[in-house]
Design a protein around this ligand. Structure first.
Ligand SMILES: NC(=O)c1ccc[n+]([C@@H]2O[C@H](COP(=O)([O-])OP(=O)(O)OC[C@H]3O[C@@H](n4cnc5c(N)ncnc54)[C@H](OP(=O)(O)O)[C@@H]3O)[C@@H](O)[C@H]2O)c1
Length: 293
């Protein structure tokens, strides 16, 4: 019988109750992973777990609930994970959204920045010890080709002035690429790789919250040239299991191939500045828990 490449690998996927995250969870389950799926909706979480178990016959799957736009929930999630598992092999920072209106989280942060960027920044740092305890860990961060048009608005990171959904999305996805490259350097002496992936334009429910022209344009794009979330998940799974890619770190993948990201995303001074400033946006109560060694 064929050996399952993710057999007994502990894998955590954020935003796993729909879209690309859910499809990725199916693929990982088929390949034998022990899965921890994160979402904010308990009913969707339970249904996702039972659908996957039914289809794949892999029962090593659990759902952990957390609204990942709220820092206290991210901290609590990391604590729950660490209380139960002694290491983490694969972390897929998939959660993300597009919001054409400016929404503030419970922490008073702009939602796109908090969910698409600060969540992966905080969660990854909180789980670094668990990742370091794996024999070989991989982190994969979902970005977008939209990062190419992004700028880090240091004078107004929360985009309180002239908010525009696309600007917020582009900024968050550029921030993820900068964070990934910076983290890859920090982890150079550890058996942990960290990469970004643009999965393509994918037919999912992203961008459904409002119905302005930005959403309509994106929906049109998704419906005309979009690939299925199944296909996107295949690319993610390949990056998670490929032996050939096991030592590649700090790279930007488009679907399954390494591509050159934007010039700005390779600016090391910008990346350092963003990392340091990001710490200012973490609630003081939680900074103590971050392992930045
Ligand atoms: N779709 C594309 O064309 C595309 C292109 C490039 C990059 N991406 C990136 O790919 C990633 C996944 O996108 P997708 O298209 O699969 O999106 P999606 O279909 O909207 O799925 C997003 C997932 O994240 C969950 N989620 C949203 N807000 C959350 C929160 N506050 N706390 C916890 N979970 C939350 C959703 O939960 P619910 O089920 O409760 O909504 C859902 O499970 C994102 O980072 C996105 O930026 C997507």
């Amino acid at each position: 019988m064929e050996e399952k490449p993710l057999k007994d690998k502990i894998c955590l996927i954020t935003g796993a109750t729909d879209g690309i995250g859910k499809s990725t969870a199916f693929h990982f389950a088929e390949k034998g992973a022990i899965l921890i799926l994160i979402g904010r909706n308990l009913d969707k979480g339970k249904k996702t777990v039972s659908d996957i178990i039914q289809r794949t016959k892999n029962s090593k799957i659990e759902y952990m609930q957390a609204d990942l736009s709220i820092q206290a929930n991210i901290i609590d999630l990391a604590d729950r994970f660490k209380g139960k598992y002694n290491h983490l092999d694969i972390l897929i920072n998939n959660v993300g959204g597009f919001f054409s209106e400016r929404i503030e989280t419970e922490d008073g942060l702009e939602l796109t920045f908090a969910l698409n960027y600060l969540c992966p920044f905080l969660l990854t740092n909180l789980l670094l010890k668990s990742l370091k305890s794996s024999q070989h860990a991989r982190i994969l961060n979902l970005t977008s080709s939209a990062h190419r048009y992004g700028k880090i608005h240091f004078d107004d990171l929360q985009l309180t002035q002239n908010f525009f959904g696309l600007r917020a999305y582009q900024q968050s996805k550029l921030a993820i690429v900068l964070f990934t490259k910076y983290l890859a350097k920090k982890l150079i002496n550890y058996p942990i790789t960290v990469n970004t992936i643009h999965p393509g334009i994918v037919k999912t429910n992203i961008c459904q919250q409002h119905n302005g022209f930005q959403e309509k344009a994106f929906k049109f794009l998704k419906n005309t040239i979009g690939i299925s979330s199944e296909k996107a998940a295949k690319h993610i799974t390949k990056l998670a299991v490929s032996e050939k890619l096991s030592s590649i770190s700090g790279e930007y993948f488009v679907k399954g191939k390494i591509r050159n990201p934007s010039k700005r995303s390779k600016d090391e001074i910008l990346a350092k500045k963003l990392w340091e400033i990001s710490l200012n946006w973490i609630d003081l109560r939680f900074k103590i828990s971050i392992d930045l060694s």
